[in-house]
Write a protein that binds this ligand. Structure first.
Ligand code: AMP
Length: 191
C-alpha cells in the first residue's frame, strides 16, 4: 500500500491529480482542506466557526487541530493506499506525518512537488474565481485571500521540499503542463 504526498501552491492541480490516483489506482484521498470544510459545515461546531475565520483569511489552521484530524484519518484508513493533498503544509506537520505513518508500520513512498510559475498561476486562479458561480465558490475564493495563501505557501511549505529531498523521496512534475501529461508523469513515478 503506497503513501504519497502532493506538494505545491494553491491551484496547482493537487486536487485534480489526487482524483486521478483515486480513480485509477484505488488511492484514498486525504485532503485536510476537505476535512476542515466538513467541520465548518457542522453548524453546531464552535471549532468550525474558528476554522472558518482562519480559512477565510487564507492563513494556516493551527497545527494541533489539523494534526488531530490527520492522525484519526491515518488510523481509520491504514490498510489503503493514501494520497495526502494539502498536508503537510509546514515542517512540523511533515515530521508528524512521518511519526504517524511509523505508528502504523509504514512510511511515505513519494513526495511529488508540482513546480509552477506563481505569476501565471495567480492569473489562472483569478480567472477561475471570476468564472465560478456563487454556489460553487469557497470562502477563500477571492483575490485577497489567494495572495495571502501564496505568501503562506512560500514561507511555510517550501522548506518541506528540502526535507523530502534529503530523504530521497522527492520527485518534481511540471504543474504547468496539461492535466493528462501531469497524470502520466505521476503514473511513471508511482509505478
Ligand atoms: P486547501 O483546500 O488545501 O486549499 O486548504 C484550504 C485552507 O484550509 C487553507 O488555506 C488553510 O487555511 C486550511 N488548511 C488546509 N490544510 C491545512 C494544513 N495542512 N495546515 C493548516 N491549514 C490547512
Amino acid at each position: 500500500m503506497k503513501k504519497i504526498v502532493l506538494l505545491g501552491p494553491p491551484g496547482c492541480g493537487k486536487g485534480t491529480q489526487s482524483k486521478y490516483l483515486v480513480q485509477n489506482f484505488n488511492f484514498i484521498q486525504i485532503s485536510t482542506g476537505d476535512l476542515l470544510r466538513i467541520e465548518i459545515d457542522n453548524k453546531e461546531s464552535i471549532l468550525g466557526k474558528k476554522i472558518k475565520q482562519i480559512i477565510t483569511k487564507g492563513e494556516l489552521v493551527p497545527d494541533d487541530i489539523v494534526i488531530n484530524l490527520i492522525i484519526k484519518e491515518i488510523k481509520d484508513k491504514k490498510t489503503f493506499s493514501m494520497v495526502f493533498d494539502g498536508f503537510p503544509r509546514n515542517l512540523q506537520q511533515a515530521i508528524v506525518l512521518d511519526k504517524s505513518l511509523n505508528v502504523i508500520s509504514t512510511k511515505l513512498n513519494h513526495a511529488i512537488f508540482f513546480e509552477v510559475d506563481l505569476g501565471i498561476l495567480e492569473d489562472r486562479i483569478k480567472k477561475r474565481i471570476n468564472e465560478s458561480s456563487i454556489k460553487e465558490k469557497r470562502v477563500d475564493d477571492n483575490i485577497e485571500t489567494l495572495l495571502t495563501r501564496i505568501e503562506v505557501y512560500k514561507k511555510n511549505t517550501i522548506p518541506i521540499i528540502e526535507y523530502y529531498e534529503k530523504k530521497s523521496i522527492l520527485s518534481r512534475v511540471n504543474g504547468m503542463k496539461p492535466i493528462n501529461e501531469v497524470s502520466e508523469k505521476i503514473r511513471n513515478i508511482i509505478t
